[in-house]
Structures are given as structure tokens and as C-alpha cells.
Design a protein around this ligand. Structure first.
Ligand code: IFM
Length: 452
């Protein structure tokens, strides 16, 4: 296949993605309630340099400018998340109208510019009031989530066609409740297992609530973080470890949502810990219209008896290229997309996140020459194109992220944006990657090389 001018299907959805806590700031304005991330960031030592999303990219105040930047880039779609504690400061009960109004205005402004909104209902900022009652370890939280979905669906459903229930439930369950590296910072396998079950259940309930409240046909999906898993060697032990890891990372999420089943091998490993009952499985498998896939890297795994249950751990393969965070492995997105299509046949797939952290510098010429990011995006888009040309129904691609933002436990150390944010002045500068992406969108094709 030649890399020259790869054209994408007509109507291909070119977008960017962000999330509320990572960009909005305004943590205590207009009636917003506390989220678990507000609490977590205030615990010393949890976040790089004890930073927080209190101000972040100040998008709550600069949203008009940001929508203007999106229009300048020619985006066809914008994926953002709605902050549950802005809408329901206590997680349930009285609605904070000012919070809903913010998203209402944002949606209108996007539509006015011809940019299709893709709101995500949960990108990890659980209302603290619900955490105080047990958070995702409690079934009630799934029920509250469905109520919240219904409230937002009723307000925005007349204009918003595409909805995403959750972003990366694996991360919310495991990093939030097992490794404790994310809010709420719990380190307990049992809590992680309950959180997994209720997050998954809440997805199915929210799909139903959104459809019931929107008042017209809408398209609903979920975003999962997925990776191809490769064994570190041909040794049978490593091959088996990779299969187990694939169950934990991929199949435990894909099977319930797209097949209404729970992987048997994972059930054997964990016993009843993670197993979802039949009735809940039926809810989780409520048909969706598209699957959102977040891809950043592959996982290379070896047998490791020291890891409880799964007995597998990731290694960093030698000789690979690495970003600030992960191995750069473009063929992985092709492998993942084709595998999802072969094994699960979802009607539509969207790459809802793909991107790379680069130590960007605003140069004296007023530009950010992020050539590595351009190369990353281009190399991954070539692989997405390859999957499409083989019949995989990938309808769109969203770069993570529109803006530099708060990268959770890593604070502002990582920059993922197409737009540079000066955290002192909050001024925005479109990076070279943003200009390159704008050209790809305009031409609905990849520019012939990585220059702009
Ligand atoms: O910043 C995160 C995002 O919130 C979820 N997906 C991965 C991104 C990069 O780590």
C-alpha cells in the first residue's frame, strides 16, 4: 500500500476529544458540586507537583474561543464530557440549571459552526456526594447514573444525536479501585470488582434512559480503552499470559456489551469476583449504535507469578520507539480494529481517542513544531485507513486532544493537544499538528507527508 494521499470515505467524522475535569476548571462556580477528582487532587502526593484541575485550560470561561478554534481547524465533530457534579451537585436530587445551561450553550455553538457534538456522560468525575455513599461499589450509583442520563438526554436530546455513556470503564474500575492511582484512590480488588459490575450495568441503564428521554431517534455508544495484547515471547507460558491479559483488558468489556456474555476464562481465574449475573448482562448488552475505541499503544505481556489472579505483567519491548508515556506502535490500531470487527461485528466503530504526549515548546517564531505528533497521527491514520479499506466500518476518528490539559495523576506534565495552552496566561496556540490535521480534514485525505 502506498502512503500517498490516502482518501477517507465521504462523510468521515474528523474530530477531537476532551473531558470536563481535564479542561474546564471553574471547579466551584455556578453551583457545581465537588467531584472525586477535586477531593483526590487535594491529597498531597497523589498528583504530579500536587496539581489539580481547579483551573485546567479554563475552558468553562473560554469555551467560545475554543469553539472558534475548532471551527478554524475545520472539525466535523467534537467529543467532550459532561460533568455530572455540574448538573447534579449531589449526584442526584435537585438539578443545577446553570450547569445544564453551560452544555446547552456549548451544543448550540457547536451546531452553529457545523460541528457535531459527541457528549460523554461519564469521564471519571463522579460526584463526591455519591462517593461518600460508596460510589461505584454500590448498585445505587448505577441507578443514579441512569437518572442523570435521563436528565441530560431530556435537555439536549432534541439537538444531540450522538451520545457516549462511559469513557474507559476499565480505568475507572481498576485505576480508581485497585491500583489507587486515580480517584477515589481505593486499593482493594473487591472494590474494583464491584465498581466494574456497576459501571457496566450503568452503561446499559443509561443507554435505555437516553433513548427514553431524547424524544427522537439518537445514536448511543460506549468508549472502551482497548489494546492488542502480544506475548513477550513464544514460550507457552507467555502466550497463555497474553490471553489472560487480553481477557482482563479487552474481552471483559467487549463480551458483555456486544455479546451479553462474560468471558469464561476470566470467570475461572477470578471466581465470582467479577462475574455479572444474567439479568444484568442482558441490560449491559442493550444494543448500541456504535462502539468507541480508544487506542494509544499495544500491551506486551509475560507470565508473572507475582501478580495475583492474572499472573501476567507488561514489559517494555526493547528497540521500540517510546513517547513520554507508552510504546508507539501504529500497526496495533489496525490489528485492534480488524479484530473487533472479526470477533464482534459492531455496526459502526469510532476511534474516539488516539494521540500522543510530546514535550512541546512554544518557539520564538510563535509556533509549536510538534513533528513527532504529526508523524504519530499520520502513522496511525494510515493504519485506520488500511482497516477501512478492508471493510471495517470505522466511521470517524477523534484526536486526543483538542487542547493541552490535565493528565490525571501526571498533572500538566503531559501535553496531548493539537492546541498548545500556556498555563500562565491560558493563551492558546494552534500547534503544527493542528494545522496538519486541519489540512487532512479539509482534503478528507492524508497530506502526502508529515510536513505542513
Ligand atoms: O487523558 C486521557 C483521557 O482522559 C482518557 N484516555 C487516555 C488519555 C491519555 O492518557
Amino acid at each position: 500500500m502506498t502512503a500517498d494521499r490516502l482518501c477517507f470515505p465521504e462523510g468521515f467524522i474528523w474530530g477531537t476529544a476532551t473531558s470536563a475535569y481535564q479542561i474546564e476548571g471553574a471547579w466551584n462556580e455556578d453551583g457545581r458540586g465537588l467531584s472525586i477528582w477535586d477531593t483526590f487532587c487535594r491529597q498531597p502526593g497523589k498528583i504530579w507537583q500536587n496539581q489539580s484541575g481547579d483551573i485546567a485550560a479554563d475552558h468553562y470561561h473560554r469555551w467560545k474561543e475554543d469553539v472558534g478554534l475548532m471551527a478554524e481547524l475545520g472539525l466535523k465533530a467534537y467529543r467532550f464530557s459532561i460533568a455530572w457534579p455540574r448538573v447534579l451537585p449531589q449526584g442526584s436530587g435537585p438539578v443545577n440549571v446553570a450547569g445544564l445551561d453551560f452544555y446547552d450553550r456549548l451544543v448550540d455553538a457547536l451546531l452553529e459552526k457545523g460541528i457535531t457534538p459527541f457528549p460523554t456522560l461519564f469521564h471519571w468525575d463522579l460526584p463526591q456526594a455519591l462517593q461518600d455513599k460508596g460510589g461505584w461499589t454500590k448498585r445505587e450509583t448505577a441507578e443514579r447514573f441512569a437518572e442523570y442520563a435521563g436528565i441530560v438526554g431530556k435537555r439536549l436530546g432534541d439537538r444531540v444525536t450522538y451520545w457516549i455513556t462511559h469513557n474507559e470503564p476499565a480505568v475507572a474500575a481498576l485505576e480508581g479501585h485497585y491500583t489507587g492511582q486515580h480517584a477515589p484512590g481505593i486499593k482493594n480488588p473487591l472494590s474494583a470488582a464491584w465498581a466494574y459490575r456497576h459501571l457496566m450495568l450503568s452503561h446499559g441503564l443509561a443507554v435505555q434512559a437516553l433513548r427514553a428521554s431524547a424524544g427522537r431517534p439518537i445514536q448511543v455508544g460506549i468508549t472502551l480503552n482497548l489494546s492488542p495484547v502480544h506475548p513477550a515471547s513464544d514460550a507457552p507460558q507467555d502466550v497463555k499470559a497474553a490471553r489472560r491479559y487480553d481477557g482482563l483488558l479487552n474481552r471483559m468489556f467487549l463480551d458483555p456489551v456486544l455479546r451479553g456474555t462474560f468471558p469464561r476464562d476470566i470467570e475461572k481465574i477470578f471466581g465470582l469476583l467479577f462475574k455479572v449475573n444474567q439479568e444484568d448482562l442482558r441490560t449491559i448488552a442493550t444494543p448500541i449504535d456504535f462502539l468507541g475505541v480508544n487506542y494509544y499503544t499495544r500491551s506486551v505481556v509475560r507470565h508473572d507469578p507475582n501478580v495475583p489472579f492474572i499472573q501476567a505483567s507488561e514489559i517494555r519491548p526493547e528497540g521500540s520507539e517510546y513517547s513520554e508515556m507508552w510504546e508507539i506502535y501504529p500497526p496495533g490500531i489496525y490489528e485492534l480494529l480488524t479484530r473487533i470487527w472479526t470477533d464482534y461485528k459492531p455496526a459502526n466503530i469510532l476511534v474516539t481517542e488516539n494521540g500522543v504526549p510530546v514535550p512541546d515548546v512554544l518557539e520564538p517564531d510563535g509556533r509549536v513544531h510538534d513533528v513527532r505528533r504529526i508523524a504519530y497521527l499520520r502513522d496511525h491514520l494510515i493504519q485506520v485507513h488500511r482497516a477501512i479499506s478492508e471493510g471495517v466500518p470505522v466511521r470517524g476518528y477523534f484526536v486526543w486532544s483538542l487542547l493541552d490539559n490535565f493528565e490525571w495523576a501526571l498533572g500538566y506534565r503531559m501535553r496531548f493537544g493539537l492546541v498548545y495552552v500556556d498555563y500562565d496566561t491560558l493563551a492558546r496556540t494552534v500547534k503544527d499538528s493542528g494545522r496538519w490535521y486541519a489540512r487532512a480534514i479539509q482534503e478528507n485525505a492524508l497530506p502526502p507527508n508529515a510536513t505542513i
